[in-house]
Every structure is written in structure tokens, then in C-alpha cells.
Design a binder for this molecule. Structure first.
Ligand code: NAD
Length: 494
């Protein structure tokens, strides 16, 4: 485990903010108690970042030289992948299989943005007069990256890699339930030789260090992933100083099974979509719509398969559903299920914590399927962020499009059908950032990701991902060699 020191502008320092306790949610044991970042720690990190970012040693690096740092970070993540996976599993309760994959994805993200950096061009624009005209891109300066606890190393990389590639300094604030893996990333970044000051990791209270990062005049952009209410508040603060923000927020994503779907494929996809990561995923397919002719059979099959999912310890290879990140979060999920019961929902499976040996001290909750409530019920509208699926029947295409869109969120959509033109029509008609057809939760770093409506604004990943951390500048260079004709006779007289 990292020793709990913070990475403040390239220096390892004990924080002076409020205490943070990282626990292993499988049994409640303490991983590390550390002191979070205070305002003063943040101010020191900002001052060091400002000096390092302005230094020509960073600012004037050629793209291939800067790309080398990103490649070295990717090498470091790969070389330490097992350690990163273990730290992240201890911090979040996720299975080692999943945290190993997240480490791989983080390394691939740094490699991808190294390549993007080397292959991204500025452009000459069409000349419309005597000036040569061009559009160039420059670093924004200091970027704050604020991340949630559910997939820390991957969401950290998704922000830190393009922001560094673009030539910025980055101040990363991870969530208080999962500070350790981001501190491990700092160790790797340091070992990769990135000039001191360009990267900080500042776990701490959102109200203190998070607020400082958003409000400080030297921070040029905040890239945030987290809940919608926090994101909305940050956007308001950012508006005060007219600072750009990108927001990756929550979801209540629909999955749709048409009567013509391959049923096994759909059952597997729906279960994976909502119950993997124990439902703690912004894109969890938490609202399932099933076409009426197959509703009863499909839901019965899905329920039986869900009961057979292996709920267990994150270090066991066969575990499919691991503990939740924290007992407090498990309790919040349980409260949502109680609320759904009070709204009239029938619990088809789950609906409680598992009992038996090995579960007692962990933040476990059984995969839960609810039915019998309309799409207007709170359980169909609000993000639970846990292993809870609500199933609803639908009549036809028009009905399922209307029900899917009747929600504040717009992050992801899963469709199961053998009819591609139908998938195309429905996928295009529903407000969402991502559509999966006959699959779910598949990702490519080359493919942009983001949400619509209350699920956020801006996109991450893809070649354009680097542009989100750059300022565009237009340059006109006169080629005529002559004084501007507007001066005319006045110039001759002088
Ligand atoms: P959260 O909004 O509570 O916290 C996210 C981050 O913001 C944390 O680092 C937190 O400390 C910080 N924060 C809190 N208050 C702040 C403030 N006043 N100023 C600055 N920073 C502040 O979210 P969470 O519980 O950590 O994560 C779960 C949420 O994240 C879910 O809603 C989930 O859908 C969302 N999420 C979205 C995506 C996406 O890409 N769309 C990905 C993962 C998670």
C-alpha cells in the first residue's frame, strides 16, 4: 500500500487536511489512514504547477519528446499492473480480474495519447487576402481533474493522459473512498521522469480541496467525473470565472430486448450491463425494457440466471459480483430497494445482503431485480449506483423510444435484436451518448465517450480528446510587405 503521503507538486508530503480512511470493503479492514489535502496543500501544488508549466523545459518540448513521458508512464503502469490491481481492489472491493483490466486500460490510454500527440497537426486556413492564416493549438495551463471512486485508475488516466499530452500541468483530486491507487499513479509518473510540479495527487474533501481547484484563478479547466448534483454545482462555480468544464455524470441507462433477439446473448448482456462492477458504473443498464410477447419468458430466464451469479470475495477468480465500495454505499442501495418496495415493486430476486460465511463483515448486496412499477416510479428515474435492475414491458418501437427518453439522464443504451435497421432507428431516436447493439459496456479508446442531458457535457477519449485540453489560437501573417492602405495619405504626410 502507498504510505499515505500526498504528491504535492512533485514533493511527497503529509497532508494537513482532514483524515481519510481507506478500507477494504470485503471485510472492513483498514488499508491506510492518511491526512487529505488542505487548502494550503492545494495552494502549494498550484504554485509549483504554475512554475513547472510555464518553464520552457516543458512548454517548448517537441511533441515526440513530450510523448516519450506518456509512453514511459504507460510502461510504468504495465510493469506495476499487478500491484495497481491489488491496491485498487483493496481500495474499492472490485475483483482483481476487473482491476487488472482497468490497469491495462490506463496504460493503453497513455500510449494512445502519446500517439495522438505525435500525429495531431495544426492547420493553415484558406487565405482570403494578403495574410497567411493559420489555426494553432496551445496548452490551457493548469488543469484540475476530479474523479470518482468507481474506476479510479481508468478515469484518472482518461483525464491525465490527454491533459499532459496537450502540454498542461495536472492536479488530480481522487475520491476519498479510493485515494490509494491515484497516489500509486503519482509514484509511477515520478519514476517516468516527468518534470517536478507538473503532476499532483491531492485526495481530500470535495468542499475544501475540490472547491479550491474549481475556484482558483490559475486553474484554466476542470475535468470532472462524478455525480450529477456535484457536477451541476461545479458548473455553476465555473461559470462565475467563465472557465470551461467537462462533465461526465450519472445515468439510468435503458437496455432494450426485442422479441426477435438472441435470448442467451440478451440475458448475458443485460446481466453484464447492470451487475458487473456490482452495478457501480455510470453506464449500468439499470432500466430493462422487454417487448411484451417475450416479457414473461425473458424475465423468468434472466431471474434464474441472476440467482446463479457468484457473489464473493474480490480475490476469488470465480467471483462475478464483489462487495460494494463502502458499507455506507451498500446501505444507500438497500434504502433504494426499500423505497422501490414502498412504491409497489415486486422483488424477483435479491433485495437484501447475502447471508452466510464470508459475507458478514463485507459491504455485499445481492443482485436484485425489481418489477411491477411504471417508468414514472422513482426507482426508474434515479441513479441507484448498485446491483439493482428494474424491468418494464413495452408494446412497440414508438413506446420503447418514448419510455427510454422519458428520463433526465442520457448516457448509454443497449439494444438486443437481430434486425439491424430497427437497431439503427431506435438507437438514433434515443437521447444518449453511447449505443451498444447486441453487446454492452464495450469500450475503445479511439471512440469518444460522454453523455447528454443530465449525464454531462463534453466528450473524452478519441483523437479529439486532446483538444479538450487545448486553447485554439488564430494567427494572421501579412505577406504583402506594404503598409495598410487604410492609412493612405496620412502616412505620406507624416
Ligand atoms: P461525487 O460526485 O460524490 O464525487 C466525485 C468527485 O467529486 C470526488 O472526487 C469528490 O470528492 C469530488 N467532489 C465532491 N464535492 C465536490 C465539490 N464541492 N467541489 C469539488 N469536488 C467535489 O461522485 P462519486 O460518488 O464519487 O461517484 C459516483 C458518481 O460518479 C455516479 O453518479 C456515477 O454515475 C458518476 N460517474 C460518471 C461517469 C461518467 O463517465 N459519466 C463515470 C464514473 C462515475
Amino acid at each position: 500500500m502507498p504510505d499515505g503521503k500526498l504528491f504535492v507538486g512533485g514533493e511527497w508530503e503529509t497532508g494537513t487536511g482532514a483524515e481519510i480512511t481507506s478500507i477494504f470493503p470485503a471485510d472492513g479492514t483498514v488499508n491506510r489512514v492518511l491526512k487529505g489535502a488542505s487548502r494550503e496543500d492545494g495552494l502549494r501544488a498550484i504554485a509549483r504547477a504554475k512554475a513547472a508549466q510555464a518553464d520552457p523545459a516543458w512548454r517548448s518540448l517537441k511533441p515526440h519528446e513530450r510523448a516519450r513521458y506518456l509512453s514511459a508512464i504507460a510502461d510504468g503502469i504495465e510493469a506495476n499492473a499487478d500491484r495497481i490491481a491489488l491496491i485498487q481492489s483493496r481500495d474499492t472491493g472490485k475483483t482483481l480480474r476487473e482491476t487488472g483490466a482497468l490497469a491495462g486500460s490506463a496504460a493503453a490510454t497513455f500510449r494512445y495519447f502519446a500517439a495522438v500527440l505525435e500525429t495531431t497537426d495544426d492547420s493553415l486556413t484558406a487565405q482570403r487576402g494578403t495574410a497567411l492564416t493559420m489555426s494553432v493549438h496551445e496548452p490551457l495551463g493548469l488543469v484540475a481533474a476530479i474523479t470518482p471512486w468507481n474506476s479510479p485508475i481508468a478515469s484518472d488516466a482518461q483525464k491525465v493522459a490527454p491533459a499532459l499530452a496537450a502540454g498542461n500541468a495536472v492536479l488530480l483530486k481522487p475520491a476519498s473512498w479510493s485515494p490509494l491507487v491515484s497516489l500509486e499513479l503519482a509514484r509511477i509518473v515520478e519514476a517516468a521522469g516527468l518534470p517536478k510540479g507538473l503532476f499532483s495527487v491531492l485526495p481530500g474533501a470535495g468542499r475544501e480541496i475540490g472547491n479550491l481547484l474549481v475556484e482558483h484563478p490559475d486553474i484554466a479547466k476542470v475535468s470532472f467525473t462524478g455525480g450529477t448534483s456535484t457536477g451541476r454545482m461545479l458548473a455553476k462555480q465555473a461559470a462565475e470565472k467563465l472557465m470551461p468544464v467537462s462533465l461526465e455524470l450519472g445515468g439510468k441507462s435503458p437496455t432494450i430486448v426485442f422479441a426477435d433477439a438472441d435470448i442467451d446473448q440478451a440475458v448475458a448482456g443485460v446481466m453484464f450491463g447492470v451487475f458487473s462492477s456490482t452495478g457501480q458504473s455510470c453506464i449500468a443498464g439499470a432500466r430493462l425494457f422487454v417487448e411484451k410477447p417475450v416479457y414473461d419468458d425473458f424475465v423468468a430466464r434472466l431471474t434464474e440466471a441472476t440467482k446463479r451469479l457468484k457473489v464473493g470475495h474480490p480475490f476469488e477468480e470465480t467471483t462475478q459480483v464483489a462487495p460494494m465500495v463502502h458499507p455506507d454505499h451498500r446501505d444507500s442501495v438497500a434504502r433504494y430497494v426499500e423505497m422501490a418496495r414502498s412504491e409497489g415493486a415486486e422483488v424477483l430476486c435479491g433485495g437484501s445482503a447475502p447471508t452466510g460465511e464470508g459475507y458478514g463483515k463485507g459491504a455485499y448486496y445481492l443482485p436484485t431485480i425489481l418489477a411491477g412499477v411504471p417508468n414514472t416510479a422513482r426507482i426508474c428515474r434515479e441513479e441507484v449506483f448498485g446491483p439493482v435492475l428494474v424491468v418494464l414491458p413495452f408494446e412497440d418501437e414508438a413506446d420503447v423510444i418514448a419510455q427510454s427518453n422519458d428520463n433526465d439522464y442520457g448516457l448509454a443504451l443497449g439494444l438486443w435484436t437481430r434486425d439491424f435497421p430497427k437497431a439503427w432507428r431506435v438507437g438514433r431516436a434515443i437521447s444518449t451518448g453511447t449505443v451498444w447493439v447486441n453487446t454492452y459496456k464495450q469500450f475503445s479508446i479511439s471512440t469518444p465517450f460522454g453523455g447528454e442531458k443530465d449525464s454531462g457535457m463534453g466528450r473524452e477519449k478519441g483523437r479529439e480528446g486532446i483538444r479538450a485540453y487545448m486553447a485554439q489560437k488564430s494567427i494572421y501573417v501579412d505577406l504583402s510587405g506594404a503598409p495598410h492602405p487604410w492609412a493612405g495619405a496620412a502616412l505620406e504626410a507624416s
